[in-house]
Design a protein around this ligand. Structure first.
Ligand SMILES: CC(C)(COP(=O)(O)OP(=O)(O)OC[C@H]1O[C@@H](n2cnc3c(N)ncnc32)[C@H](O)[C@@H]1OP(=O)(O)O)[C@@H](O)C(=O)NCCC(=O)NCCSC(=O)C[C@H](O)C(=O)O
Ligand SMILES: [Mg+2]
Length: 283
């Protein structure tokens, strides 16, 4: 079964209004944040609020982003998240397989249910270089999440249209995700008023192969859902590819053309993936 993760919205855990409002926002999944969006003096209240809110969003995947491994809040965040039992614990700035093993152990010791997975954020130069070992470290780790603000900061890179300075790192993480069978989500777009710029970044992320994008504002949800869903034209072409290939196979042929382009079984696999996503998105 395909789980759509086109749009994954962060919400500051200390912001009661945003937590409430998110009940009506059609993001595929939610990240209730205890890390960067919460000031140090609000961390403990946010932890309690977020853990209490986990069950309030219907059938959507609800995750909790804990504070980083090297912070004073990390252990208590993980313990609280383990007993709240969200769909996943999102862990920022994961840099090695050993860190994933420690998180896995802490979740087990905290009695986390099996359905609580690990989503690892890749957002440092060392994480780009260790992406494959991080992705492969545990079966409990199901999703990689790009942290492009931290990555740009660490690289001393500038934010430019097209994201040239970040593309090397993004590509390494995509390779790691696909090599290990993990889902991978693109980073956030900071200018919440610039919807054309946001749409261009969604298009780029989809073309590179990301499964979806992390978001910071409700206005980003609709364009993101649209751009990461298969279009009517893609759905139609995928159906025709499958039909043409099945007909060709009955005639003993393993290759055929559709719209003048060569189709082999690998294209049929891709067409089936597109149709499964289209079906999942319909709900
Ligand atoms: C970016 C914002 C601070 C903008 O806030 P604001 O100017 O108040 O927005 P609006 O007035 O346009 O808000 C309109 C209404 O929408 C609600 N709202 C806003 N954002 C959210 C949200 N994320 N989830 C749910 N609801 C939201 C407002 O409450 C308004 O509601 P109402 O009053 O009823 O009309 C703000 O959008 C924001 O805080 N966004 C999230 C920021 C965040 O979570 N940051 C941390 C994650 S990003 C990150 O760390 C990435 C990574 O680690 C990296 O390194 O890249
Ligand atoms: Mg970050």
């Amino acid at each position: 079964m395909t789980t759509p993760r086109r749009s994954v919205l962060y919400m500051p855990g200390a912001n009661e209004r945003a937590l409430e409002k998110a009940k009506t926002i059609p993001a595929d999944a939610l990240i209730l944040d205890l890390e960067d969006a919460v000031s140090p003096d609000a961390k403990e209240a946010a932890r309690e609020r977020v853990c209490a809110a986990v069950g309030s969003y219907g059938s959507r995947e609800v995750t909790i982003r804990v504070n980083g491994l090297d912070t004073e809040w990390h252990d208590a965040d993980l313990r609280a998240a383990a007993s709240a039992g969200p769909a996943a614990v999102v862990v920022p700035k994961v840099n090695s397989a050993a860190e994933v093993h420690n998180i896995e152990r802490a979740l087990e010791l905290g009695g986390a249910p099996d359905h609580t997975k690990i989503w690892a954020m890749l957002e440092t130069p060392v994480a780009m270089l260790h992406a494959e070992e991080i992705a492969a470290a545990s079966e409990r780790l199901t999703v990689l999440v790009m942290g492009t603000n931290d990555l740009a900061k660490e690289l001393h890179a500038e934010f430019v249209p097209g994201r040239g300075p970040l593309l090397g790192g993004l590509s390494l993480c995509l390779l790691a995700a696909r090599a290990t069978g993990r889902v991978i989500l693109d980073g956030v777009y900071n200018d919440v008023k610039d919807i054309p710029g946001f749409e261009a970044e969604c298009e780029q992320g989809r073309q590179y192969g990301f499964d979806g994008k992390t978001l910071i504002h409700p206005a980003q949800v609709e364009p993101c859902n649209r751009i990461f869903a298969p279009s009517e034209a893609e759905i139609d072409r995928s159906r025709r590819i499958i039909e043409a290939f099945e007909a060709a196979q009955k005639d003993g042929r393993g290759v055929v053309t559709v719209d003048g382009r060569m189709i082999e079984n690998l294209h049929v696999d891709n067409a089936r993936r597109v149709l499964a996503l289209a079906e999942a998105v319909k709900g």
